[in-house]
Design a protein around this ligand. Structure first.
Ligand SMILES: Cc1ncc(COP(=O)(O)O)c(C=O)c1O
Length: 498
């Protein structure tokens, strides 16, 4: 079928009827300007004189006069009445020299905004990473090619046909009820979370959970304890609330709660990743879990438990959540589908300690974005109910374990003298320790220049220095890519000079 040529819309063509400049001249100038600035492009078709006449409220004769002038000057081709087109061969030079420049009249300084790059870690703004290829060793990236998109599409097709259209209006901002039921069921069974569907708010990924907690619960000067090193997304979310941030060091048993007890006798919020500390990868020991709960109770503080990748546990069964051990109802539990399914889905859940707390979160969610996209929630709820979700997790757990083992073997074989790595019991990344004289930020930027992503551990720190190390994600890459990544890393590390 021949390609249909769409006519240009007459947006931005506005005549001034009280001006002394003749209307045909005004129309001529506006069209010429649109062509020279590249807004109307070579080959595009102008609407007919009748459309101009009707839409602009001018006579067809006026339009013909303007067109004739533009044809004479070479801006338009064709025959008036039979189709008029923008000329194809207007020299680029004209376009370039006349192209609309970004306005410099209102110079806006970044300090005029409350939020900007200065507030957030560059890793939170993942722009461009996916533009053309997936580069090792981006962290937290599931194996996208192994996601069962055909099953997902079948569910879309099935439900797209049978769903009552009523589902597509404005809905409950806390989420689609069957999805909340499915999540509650999953969390009780697999994460030992103590909850009902009524305590759940469906969110657009963990990041929104953190943002909603900040909006609803944080007040200026509240004391917020963060793991150090820790997740930059949390820091970015709490910053705008102008709270006091208190770093708590992390060791092989997770967040050092004894340090917090000793140094911060008053706290209001504690953010932690107990199942798999981000980024060091340690697990919060049982005795520390109990101390942390006790400390929160004593302070009347809230614990934000970010359970972002606990499903991927490679030795033994997944550890139960901290929430399941909490008898004092102090935990705001956040989970995400970004890791177990795919980040672009932008769905997650926030489990509140009591049903009474749902109302303010429902309001905050409505203010932020009214609700999460309903169709994705419907598809996801079916995906879970029909058993595809747990099946996919099981499959990915095996695949990721294999990838981690392969990566560690490759590193040991190729650069074991320069990078020290230990297997990680869980998660989607490993920490690789550099020789002490290496600067991890410098290694990371050299890697970037060589099309490789490795994260310097020092970038996650708040106060406590760490030995130089790289955070290396492995789950999103097949063995060939992992091998190629190690090869590139070897080149960078062996030619490194301080
Ligand atoms: C500690 C931590 N929490 C949460 C997330 C997931 O964020 P989201 O659900 O917004 O995609 C990540 C992703 O990298 C993470 O590292």
């Amino acid at each position: 079928m021949p390609k249909q040529i769409e006519e240009l819309p007459l947006v931005g063509i506005q005549l001034n009827f009280s001006s002394d400049v003749p209307l045909y001249k005004q129309l001529y100038t506006l069209l010429r300007e649109a062509i020279l600035t590249g807004r109307f492009k070579g080959g595009q078709k102008l609407p007919g004189t009748r459309t101009f006449s009707n839409e602009l409220n001018i006579s067809r004769n006026t339009v013909v006069q303007a067109f004739e002038q533009l044809i004479i000057e070479g801006y338009l081709t064709g025959k008036i009445g039979a189709g008029t087109f923008i000329t194809n061969d207007i020299p680029d030079k004209i376009f370039d020299s006349r192209k609309t420049q970004p306005s410099t009249k209102n110079k806006i300084k970044s300090t005029n905004f409350n939020i900007g790059k200065k507030n957030v870690h560059s890793n939170l703004i993942h722009r461009n990473i996916f533009e053309d290829k997936i580069i090792p060793f981006q962290n937290g990236l599931p194996s996208l090619e192994d996601f069962p998109f055909s099953t997902w599409l079948k569910i879309i097709n099935r439900n797209g046909t049978y769903l009552p259209y009523l589902q597509f209006g404005y809905k409950d901002s806390t989420g689609y009820k069957p999805l909340k039921d499915a999540v509650a069921n999953y969390l009780q069974t697999y994460r030992a979370v103590n909850c009902t569907a009524e305590q759940i708010v469906i969110i657009n990924g963990s990041q929104q959970g953190l943002d909603l907690i900040s909006r609803v619960m944080l007040k200026e000067k509240k004391n917020v304890l963060l793991e150090d090193p820790g997740y930059f997304g949390t820091r970015a979310s709490v910053l705008s609330a102008k709270v006091n941030i208190f770093p708590v060091p992390v060791d092989e048993d997770g967040i050092n709660i004894d340090y917090a007890i000793k140094n911060y006798p008053k706290s209001d919020f504690i953010y932690t990743t107990p199942s798999h500390q981000f980024p060091l990868g340690t697990t919060l020991s049982i005795s520390r879990r109990l101390k942390l709960l006790e400390y929160a109770k004593k302070n009347n503080a809230w614990i934000i438990e970010d359970d972002y990748d606990s499903e991927f546990r490679y030795n033994g069964s997944p550890l139960p959540s901290l929430q399941g051990m909490d008898k004092f109802n102090r935990i705001l539990y956040i989970g995400t589908f970004s890791k177990v399914l795919f980040p672009g889905l932008r769905l997650g859940y926030l489990v509140l300690p009591s049903v009474e707390m749902v109302e303010p979160f429902a309001v905050a969610k409505s203010i932020a974005d009214r609700q999460s996209p309903i169709f994705d929630q419907i598809v996801l709820s079916k995906f879970i109910e029909e058993g595809h979700f747990t099946k996919h997790i099981r499959k990915m757990r095996m695949l990721y374990k294999e990838r981690q083992d392969f990566l560690i073997d490759e590193i040991k074989k190729e650069i074991g003298n320069l990078l020290k790595v230990n297997p990680s019991n869980a998660g989607m990344h490993i920490v690789a320790w550099l020789p002490e004289k290496y600067n991890d930020k410098k290694v990371s930027s050299l890697a970037k220049e060589n099309n490789l992503i490795v994260y310097p551990l020092s970038e996650y720190k708040l106060r406590f220095n760490q030995k130089p190390a790289l955070v290396i994600g492995y789950t999103g890459f097949n063995k060939n890519k992992l091998k190629a990544g190690v090869f590139r890393l070897k080149k960078i590390l062996t030619s490194y000079k301080n």
